[in-house]
Design a protein around this ligand. Structure first.
Ligand code: PMP
Length: 287
């Protein structure tokens, strides 16, 4: 099963009066997140270009979702999968990765610590790394995939005014901004980020010293920094208003979208990376 063609729905209860809010539900991908797209594009390209040879171990540094997407492909195609992930990753993510057959190496130092460790393994000849932070197929997954689906599924006569995406590796924002601004030159592109000292799983701040080489945020017109607690409040709010159980980064994206629609009005698109099931051991569901 290929990723993509996820539902595009209206969140009419969350939208402030006089504005409209549309959401693309990325947890309808094969392993439940937006990163199935990048995983599939990067994997297929590496096989086609013979960078990844049959049976060769795959190594990746990931906070979880890319690893889950890659682990599924590794099982399907007979590659051992080694995941370097921050030791702060939620238990559900670790259990899911193990269920998909991956070997886990838990590394201190957050996502940057995981990247450094994965690089060491590759240098030691332990396997091939697709390296989502520097792999242009991470961007192409959105340029040739997500953004075209959004354009195809847009049904209003007038163009959308705002697009909201979470910043992690930059794949989402780079690929979608390039694809969507080509079609709708006036579209405002909003980057949603955590504060450096208040992380949200899967997301990165532009103030972080490490900026992924693949990220090109030149089309971004506005940045929104969202506290983790604000994002989880919005998760609970979305459950009540729309009956959708979104993940924490989706909560951050929706918070920024609703705040902006309150201020500016308009029609917004929010790209929601995953659902809330992987986060039930954290706030607001558990202490
Ligand atoms: N939200 C979640 C839950 C993620 O796992 C990721 C991927 N790191 C993102 C947002 C950001 O996506 P991208 O890597 O395309 O910037």
């Amino acid at each position: 099963m290929k990723p993509g063609n996820t539902p595009f729905v209206e969140f009419s209860n969350l939208a402030p009066a006089g504005s409209r809010l549309f959401a693309k539900l990325e947890w309808f991908n094969p392993t439940g997140s937006i990163k199935d797209r990048a995983a599939w594009f990067m994997f297929e390209n590496a096989v086609a270009n013979r960078k990844l040879v049959p049976g060769q171990p795959l190594i990746e540094a990931t906070s979880g979702n890319t690893g889950i997407g890659l682990a599924r492909l590794a099982v399907l195609h007979g590659h051992p999968m080694i995941i370097c992930l921050p030791d702060t990753a939620t238990e559900e993510r670790k259990q899911l990765l193990r269920a998909y057959g991956a070997d886990l190496i838990e590394v201190p130092g957050g996502p940057n610590g995981a990247i450094a460790h994965a690089r060491e393994l590759v240098e030691a000849g332990e396997g091939h790394m697709l390296y989502q932070y520097g792999n242009r197929w991470n961007v192409y997954a959105h340029f040739f995939g997500t953004s075209l689906e959004i354009i195809r599924d847009w049904s209003l006569a007038d163009p959308p005014t705002h697009f909201f995406g979470a910043y992690g590796t930059g794949g989402t924002l780079t690929g979608n901004s390039r694809g969507l601004v080509r079609r709708w030159p006036e579209l405002q592109i909003h980057s949603v980020e955590p504060f450096v000292d208040d992380p949200i799983s899967g997301m990165r701040s532009q103030n972080d010293p490490f900026q992924p080489p693949v990220a090109d945020l030149s089309l971004v017109t506005e940045r929104h920094e969202v506290h983790a607690a604000t994002a989880t409040d919005m998760v609970a709010c979305t459950m009540k208003a729309e009956g959708q159980f979104v993940g924490t980064s989706s909560g951050a994206v929706l918070h920024a979208a609703v705040e902006t629609l309150n201020r500016d009005g308009g029609t917004a698109i929010a790209l929601l990376p995953d659902a809330g099931w992987k986060y039930v051991s954290g706030p607001p569901w558990s202490a």
